[in-house]
Ligand binder design. Structure first.
Ligand SMILES: NC(=O)c1ccc[n+]([C@@H]2O[C@H](COP(=O)([O-])OP(=O)(O)OC[C@H]3O[C@@H](n4cnc5c(N)ncnc54)[C@H](OP(=O)(O)O)[C@@H]3O)[C@@H](O)[C@H]2O)c1
Length: 334
């Protein structure tokens, strides 16, 4: 079968195509024929990480079960499934044991292969209304947004959510906030992208590049009160401003590191806003299943910006790096 593997510290050019024997499903495992896989910001870090092993990259994938190992009860050949970002986090609060491995992480093979073998508890059923391309967008970015809004925090209708930039997590957050009847304010470096997210139904938009004091705009848009919840994907570049844009007693889902984390900057405004900050770690299989029920019920289709063929996987990484996308980038495996 065909797959890609990373070369230690080799960057995007170090993602190499390989031909390997087909894997077989052992006891308690399922073999999945992967049809589509999506990229996350994290995957750029993986190709640069000098500690990275020669693994198959990418955490997110969707396809169908083609073989089940001894003792597997949940799945049969033909079932359409998606992989879970943390294959050993089935339910309950996050623990180091749950997050000891992540698909496409330092030591664990991911989904950029024609076939993968996973524990039976590390896949979930694909909602019927989604194509494999759409489903492949869900396991990391969408689940992180879901967890931030409905598991770690209880978003209620009428609350205001601040979304930073138009990447995978933020666009999934936009869709979930709309489905929940929340008000959305979204930022971007691009007016063109802001027009597109306004067409998708974002209530208010702010260009953070044109206006470096974008948090003041957010405050103005909320009559000086601040937002109830921020999906904080920026890290050092945005954290203090996100805090300033949050209402007293509000909530910050600390998700990202689009910049380095600054230990000092957030402390003072955090005290000032009396806000609650929770660090996110994608989510469990049980959360993934709850999210999928909502996606199915509201017939939500993830936003896929562009689809690349398997033979040009490196081009998909370069496109991700260029930050031209809105939502998700997908690689199909024909
Ligand atoms: N903790 C977790 O569990 C978890 C899970 C998933 C993701 N993450 C992290 O969350 C972050 C986002 O991931 P992703 O996959 O959604 O990324 P992505 O799709 O690559 O998003 C990139 C977009 O982020 C926006 N951006 C970049 N710098 C920004 C800034 N200074 N202020 C506001 N927006 C900025 C840009 O949007 P515009 O072009 O519109 O400006 C850019 O296009 C990453 O740091 C990722 O590692 C963490």
């Amino acid at each position: 079968m065909r797959a890609y593997r990373l070369t230690m510290g080799g960057g995007i050019d170090g993602i190499v195509a390989v031909e390997e024997p087909e894997p077989t499903a052992g006891p308690g495992q399922v073999k999945v024929r992967v049809r589509a896989t999506s990229l996350n910001y994290r995957d750029l870090g993986m190709v640069r990480n000098p500690r990275q092993g020669a693994i198959v990259p990418l955490s997110d994938g969707a396809g169908e079960v083609v073989e089940v190992g001894a003792g597997v009860t949940r799945w049969k050949a033909g079932d359409r499934v998606m992989g879970c970002f943390f294959p050993y986090w089935e339910d309950g609060p996050v623990t180091p044991e749950h997050t000891r491995a992540s698909l496409g992480g330092v030591t664990t093979d991911g989904m950029l292969a024609e076939q993968v073998v996973l524990p039976e508890g590390a896949v979930v059923r694909t909602p019927e209304h989604l194509t494999d391309v759409e489903a492949s967008a869900l396991p990391c970015a969408a689940l992180t947004a879901w967890n931030s809004m409905f598991e770690a925090y209880k978003l209620v209708p009428g609350a205001t959510v601040l979304l930073l930039g138009t990447g995978g997590v933020s666009i999934a957050g936009l869709q979930f906030a709309q489905a929940a009847g929340a008000r959305t304010i979204i930022t971007s470096s691009s007016d063109e992208k802001l027009e597109q997210v306004a067409d998708m139904g974002a209530d208010d938009t702010v260009n953070y590049k044109d206006d470096p004091d974008w948090e003041q705009q957010v405050l103005k848009l909320t009559d000086g009160r601040g937002v109830d919840l921020v999906l904080e994907v920026g890290g050092e570049a945005t954290f203090a401003k996100s805090m300033a844009a949050t209402r007293i007693g509000g909530h910050i889902a600390s998700i990202g590191g689009l910049g380095r984390v600054d230990e000092n900057a957030p402390r003072l405004p955090m005290i000032g806003r009396n806000a609650e900050v929770v660090r996110m770690a994608v989510g469990s299989r049980a959360m993934f299943e709850r999210m999928n029920r909502a996606i199915e019920h509201r017939q939500i289709h993830p936003v896929v910006d562009r689809v690349f063929g398997f033979n040009v996987a490196q081009d998909a990484y370069r496109y991700l790096q260029s930050q031209q996308h809105i939502g998700k980038i997908v690689i199909t495996i024909a």
